[in-house]
Ligand binder design. Sequence first.
Ligand code: ADP
Ligand code: ASP
Ligand code: MG
Length: 818
Amino acid sequence: MKLLKFGGTSVGSPESIRQVAEIVKDYKRKNLEFAMVNSAMGGITNKIIDAAHRASNSDETYKEIFADIETRHIATIKELIIIESQSRVIAQTKILLNELEDLLYGVSLIKELSLRTLDLILSFGERMASYVISEFLNQEGVPAEFLDARKLILTDKTFGNAKVDFEETNYNIVEHFKNTDKLQVITGFVASTERGATTTLGRGGSDYTAAIFGAALNAESVEIWTDVDGVMTTDPRMVREAFSLPTMSYEEAMEMSHFGAKVIYPPTIQPLCSKNIPIYIKNTFNPTFEGTRISRDSEQREYLIKGISTIKDVALINLQGSGLIGVTGVSSRLFGALAKSDVNVILITQASSEHSISFAINPSDSEKAREALQKEFNEEIKARKIDPIQIEVNLSVLAIIGENMRHTPGISAKFFNALGKNGINVVAMAQGSSELNLSVVVPSKDLSKALNSVHDAFFLSNHKTVNLFVVGVGLIGGTLIDQIKKQADVLREKQLLNINVIGIARSTKMLFNESGINLETWEQDLDERGEAVDLDAFVMKMKVLNLSNSIFVDNTSSAEVIKYYMSILDASINITTPNKLASSGSYIQYDELKKLAFNHNVKYLYETNVGAGLPVLTTLSDLKNSGDEIISIEGVLSGTLSFIFNTYDGSVPFSQVVKDAKEKGFTEPDPRDDLNGMDVARKILILAREAGNVLELQDVEIDPILPQNCFDAPSIEEFFVELEKADGQMADKCQSAAQDGKVLRFIASFEDGKAKVSLQAVDMSNPFYSLSGSDNMISFRTSRYDERPLVIKGPGAGAEVTAAGVFAEIISISNKLA
Ligand code: ADP
Ligand code: ASP
Ligand code: MG
């Protein structure tokens, strides 16, 4: 004999019920002996509860909900039952519906809803569903019989969560099954007291009904048929990467369900475990899949833990005060008082100082618990030995579970590392004495992020996912997305790294997709489906999504965007950017951003601020970290100015060289933005700061290359007129340099605390002499690299190399993630 239980999700619609019938027929064909237990149609129990509460509050809208329940059942019958039998089945169901309606009406008249009445009202969900299914199975050629479990399962009077009298119940079940030859279609969830009052076994209790029948009949197995592929590493609705577990032990299943895995109702396990009856969790919608076998043995696989469960909503009560220290019996009084008031404790922690005890409970029990404790510890509270009872809300529990935990060190380190790296604050933690679970209490707003990062850490330890929020998709940003798209498969396969672009913003529009924007069609999607851009909303959305391993990528050069950096780092989100404005803004801001990143354990990277993709800042930081001392820094730091002076040898007028450069797109739209030296000044400022100096932009001395008239010219055309006037002056400089065997280079330098930007004539011995094209070159003279400085040279501008630099930072951030 097997017991098959079909949950609300399996009997929620006519199509699902047909699917259930197929499974049943298949078992019949195989000549298997079995009985089945059904829940109410999915969602009906919640609707009945809602209707009953509204009725008790004299809220007439309960009638609409009732109408909804009625329509759903009648429609299901019409869909499933052939015309000839329809009126009979509808009439039978109508009798139940009328009774339900009368009860709701009664509740609305007396404006009171006891748990006892609610249980009776709730029973209609299971009774109607099982009746309709039994009729449908008969029609499909499976001789079936509706069985109201209230006739057999006897309980005490704890309405809403009744305790089973196993002796009576087992006897009744065994007796009943002696005289049946038809398939029994049993109502889940419901039972009755000795005197015939209807009770229920707790929410999700149909699983338990199946266990009660299974144990009584010494079944060979109990199969819980639901809508997922068995018990998974965690709730697949919360973690996309969750996967099915082939086996688990009763204890593991117990812990998983106790800590919130709804896939099986916790009390289900005990009666089956004590008789060593295996439980299979199977998927109605994927019946050939093996599912999960829960039994005494759990195959241990390569993973450190079995699964992760969560309880979304808990309250944490703290009992603290000097009166707790060293006093025996406090805990027993505490938990005695809670038990008397029927408050279920989910998790307990005690600080080793014994100064406080914290425990998590269902928030709906908060007031009951507060009253119970206030009463129990009244004297101590009055005498101020115990502080007034504090209750914290908006908290959730996350528990990792598995038998491997007993023997394996380092699991908690991994657990807390994953949480810490994502800026999740652990409010309390507890390890079950069985060492089968380790649980933490975290703010509810962080639950999804915590769950995903812990799941990644334990189950995809080799695999990592980073979530990007990209602002600015112009030349650099667009190229970056292109590079990510091209490299994505390689990274996934070779580096086991998934890069998801979750948000994209450009000057007009922004687009989000929590599961990752399609990088093939992002431009079109942004055009067609993007919302009007709003930076506030963009940043807010990023925080609210609260995804693990988030990186904000600022590809703009905008002062507006950097205003958000503080709050972004504060939300434990990493930043990478080629935007120089933050690191070359005020020193205080520069310093605070770095500290903020450090304190939140996230990265704030801006390597591309200097020398684009060249490893300039990382080299500098490596030098410093390895104890070297920076004596001086020199560099040609602007690709544009490098090109102009590498090209200019006096043979063509200087103004012509600038014009050519502009035409080739090597300069800013207004070439003065390059020629004024500001961009270079910002870069040497950043270098000086990274070398450990406190400096402001105005401390950088800029020797102007051109006469002031050039800069004052009101338009670009007039600027070129002025520039031509300066051609002679520039030619003189070039010639006198040439006479000494020198060339002109626009060099930024930092030495003895002074940063300078100037046009210099350098001879052949100088490394900048041989610079060509638009290359950048930076030379560090340090105590170790003294005679011959450390030189970095290469293309220091352009979308491809800058985007590649940002991309490299994204990968470097992901390498450091949990
Ligand atoms: P039924 O109506 O069949 O009783 P439930 O909704 O009670 O179904 O339970 C199935 C649901 O449990 C799944 O849809 C899934 O979202 C949730 N769930 C939570 N944790 C887990 C887990 N670890 N493995 C599988 N499902 C889980
Ligand atoms: N229908 C009941 C509930 O929703 C019992 C169950 O589904 O197991 O809680
Ligand atoms: Mg269930």
